[in-house]
Design a protein around this ligand. Structure first.
Ligand code: ACM
Ligand code: ZN
Length: 561
């Protein structure tokens, strides 16, 4: 009877027949980015059919639902989760790495195991790359997965992408798409640059003018800085706290941590436009350099409101006053509303490009220097950052700052983001501080992505520089200068996306793809497995996935596109 039932099941379930069991697979069937740490080719294919069910440990229900949705869309069959399944998701304590996983596919079973749910999620992302790219947008009539044994783990714990939503503002749906891309690449951090000279993008209930006034500018320069004219168009937007909660929850389901950046003490013109007393000189009108101020801006100032949101790009002298206690009370109130929105251990506090000109001539700032026994304005910046760090530490958060926070002395527990090359990162690691590498030459995705001057002219407007996909791929985040001991402070790397010249979501996609794909392998795969020719060929295949996902990307960066 038992044999008869099994036979009946086999009749219904084609996976019992040799047709799938004996299929011979080759390397070509496993074009995975980032390249897994170890992969054993096996024979056979798993067929996703009406009998496919997913069973999962209790801690993995989120991952089971994610996989069920992915396979249902890809196969056109309603794949459900249940007690027993031919696909099993498991927690396995014997896996060493927190984010590691093992994936075993055979003709009649798939097992994805991870030390944590995160690892299992990355195993599912690998499965996603083992099914046809076309299933990103259309179902496959016969969905098969090649048999394989993969054991995989990331090289670095911090694998990030940044996005500046202040120079240009992007809707919630796009932020989710960006988070999806981060997850597809097995990256785990979204650094969300929320405040800038040109716009304040996060609702703060205690200070409504931050978004009412600071969220909008009355014009923007046209063309590359310094620009040819002002477009005279009101521009802006912001995320409500409800939208932010929704985005953070969406990211958490994809094991992406969202780190907000609340920039200080520089790049603060939008906050100062909303609350001028945060400036050293509240009565001094905002300067929009090169005579590029909008007519509306001029009118507002002529009518007696001296501060406006910035309309050109660059670095501006009008920064938070470090002398007034009011500044710190304001920032602490802001952070009090930011903290509960973001479960992240870190809050990025900026710290870059803060000119000291106003502090030098401000009596409040000079008094602070004297009272605190500081030597100069660099030490005043260090005082500013350390005071904010202390506050955030008292709330259970740690700070990340751009490498300028080294100047005048590092705040005791700060993590440094090295952007002006690698020098700051090396220095911080030697001082036993954690470091995230984002050096311009390799990690700035606002650069042109060609070297050739003529080719560059065919590219859409970018800030400058040239960082090709090959340059990104060649990047080694752990500097040779560091001892093995100090190398441990290099947590990972991140791609930065400053959006002065990226007016649309399409353009952001173009600038990150395929460079982000290259970076994902830099931060995930074992150093000794990196090989440009091999990557280039897998990238060609991966770009078919971009096509199926309807993504815009730099086709000239892909061989034979
Ligand atoms: C930066 O690019 N100003 C951190
Ligand atoms: Zn001041």
């Amino acid at each position: 009877m038992r044999i008869a039932i099994l036979g009946l099941i086999c009749l219904v379930n084609f996976s019992c027949t040799n047709k799938y069991k004996d299929v011979v697979n080759t390397e070509q069937d496993y074009q995975i980015i980032p390249k897994p740490a170890s992969l054993e080719v096996a024979n056979g294919q798993f067929l996703v059919d009406v009998n496919t069910k997913i069973s999962a440990d209790n801690a993995l229900q989120n991952e089971a639902n994610y996989l069920a949705e992915m396979l249902s869309l890809a196969s056109g069959i309603d794949i459900s989760t249940g007690e027993t399944g031919t696909i099993q998701l498991k927690i396995d304590d014997t896996i060493e790495s927190e984010e590691g996983y093992s994936l075993s596919v055979s003709y009649n079973q798939i097992i994805v195991s991870g030390k944590t749910a995160k690892g299992v999620f990355y195993g599912i992302q690998t499965l996603r790359q083992l099914i046809p790219v076309t299933t990103e947008s259309a179902k496959s009539d016969e969905l098969t997965i090649p048999a394989v044994i993969i054991k995989d783990r990331p090289r670095y714990q911090y694998r990030g992408m940044h996005l500046d939503v202040a120079r240009h503002f992007f809707p919630v749906d796009f932020i989710k798409k960006y988070i999806d891309l981060i997850a597809l690449h097995k990256m785990n951090t979204f650094h969300w640059h929320l405040t800038e000279d040109q716009g304040w993008r996060i609702e703060i209930k205690k200070y409504p003018k931050l978004t009412e006034i600071g969220g909008y500018r009355n014009g923007t320069i046209v063309g590359h800085h310094p620009g040819t004219e002002n477009d005279q168009k009101r521009y802006g937007g912001f995320y409500t706290q409800e939208e932010i909660k929704d985005i953070v929850a969406y990211a958490a389901q994809r094991h992406v941590t969202v780190i907000p950046e609340i920039e200080l003490p520089g790049h603060s013109s939008a906050a100062i436009a909303a609350y001028p007393s945060l400036s050293c000189f509240p009565e001094e009108p905002t300067i929009v350099t090169n005579n590029m101020m909008s007519e509306k801006g001029k009118q507002i100032i002529a009518e007696g409101t001296p501060k406006i949101v910035q309309e050109t790009w660059g670095v501006f002298d009008d920064v938070y006053c470090a002398g007034k206690d009011e500044t710190f009370a304001f920032l602490q109130d802001v952070l009090d509303e930011v903290i509960p929105l973001f479960p992240s251990e870190y809050i990025h506090i900026g710290g870059d490009e803060c000119p000291k000109a106003n502090w030098k001539r401000c009596s409040n700032c000079q008094k602070r220097i004297k009272d605190e026994g500081l030597h100069d304005e660099h030490e005043l910046q260090s005082y500013f950052i350390t005071r904010i760090e202390k506050y955030l530490n008292s709330k259970g958060k740690n700070i990340i700052g751009w490498d300028e926070i080294l100047e005048g002395g590092l705040a005791p527990n700060a993590t440094v983001m090295s952007w002006r090359g690698t020098k700051g990162g090396i220095e911080a690691a030697k001082q036993k501080h954690d470091v995230i590498m984002t050096p311009g030459h390799s990690c700035y995705f606002d650069h042109y992505q060609v070297h050739d001057k003529e080719e560059k002219e065919k590219e859409p407007l970018a800030i400058g520089g040239n960082t090709t996909v090959a340059d990104v791929y060649a990047y080694e985040p752990t500097p040779e200068e560091l001892s093995e001991e100090d190398s441990k402070y290099i947590l990972g790397a991140q791609g930065n996306v400053w959006t002065e010249y990226m007016e649309t979501t399409d353009y952001v996609e173009y600038m990150i793809l395929p460079r982000m794909t290259a970076l994902s392998e830099v931060v995930w795969s074992p150093q000794n497995s990196r090989n440009w020719e091999d990557f280039e060929s897998r990238l060609q295949h991966f770009s078919n996935r971009y096509d199926a996902m309807g993504l815009n990307y730099a086709k000239h960066s892909i061989k034979e596109k």
